[in-house]
Design a protein around this ligand. Structure first.
Ligand code: SF4
Ligand code: SF4
Length: 172
């Protein structure tokens, strides 16, 4: 975990150096608002179909699927999007530095990210799939499409337009 902590702390410093550039970019401003609505739409679908409640009960029973190493599924651009979103919501984005067996982003009440990595968004374990059933799973997956598209558009914009010059320095 030490390596990923140093890596994301590095991007955190980068964010604080450049955040005015991100926050004032008209394209980011516009798309971020749309992305917030899309994330909320996905969240509502997870709540409505009982997925969050099922995973919460599972996690409370001691089973965890947010294991150490999964933080690497989040790209630098997606991490920067999370910092921007956290800023607009005035929410903290704390790292897990105490439980080395867990993902760096796993907080006491679940994932501390607002936009989770694509891998995590698409992960439905067998028992969750069984619990939800085909119709509910399809409903959730369809509700998540807008978030996936907008998340990709914003991440791609950040990577190609804003991180290009920083690529060599920051390993993006
Ligand atoms: S995805 Fe599966 S293993 Fe992970 S918390 Fe949900 S039910 Fe449990
Ligand atoms: S959902 Fe969040 S806490 Fe869980 S593995 Fe993915 S990034 Fe980590």
């Amino acid at each position: 975990m030490k390596e990923s902590l140093a890596y994301f702390n590095h991007w955190l410093s980068f964010y604080y150096e450049k955040k005015d550039l991100f926050l004032k970019d008209p394209f980011i401003q516009e798309k971020l608002e749309l992305l917030k609505k899309a994330i909320e739409k996905s969240r509502q679908a997870f709540i409505e179909k009982g997925s969050f409640a099922f995973c919460s009960a599972c996690a409370n029973s001691g089973e965890k699927c947010c294991k150490a190493g999964l933080e690497w599924k989040l790209s630098p651009a997606e991490f920067l999007i999370n910092l921007l979103l956290a800023e607009t919501y005035s929410l903290p984005l704390a790292f897990n530095t105490s439980r080395k067996e867990d993902c760096l982003f796993l907080g006491e009440k679940g994932c501390s990210l607002i936009l989770t990595p694509i891998f995590c968004r698409n992960f439905f374990c067998d028992k969750l799939v069984k619990h939800l059933g085909h119709a509910n799973l399809t409903y959730i997956q369809q509700a998540m499409e807008e978030e996936a598209t907008l998340g990709f558009i914003v991440a791609n914009y950040i990577t190609t337009k804003l991180l290009q010059k920083e690529g060599t320095k920051h390993g993006a």
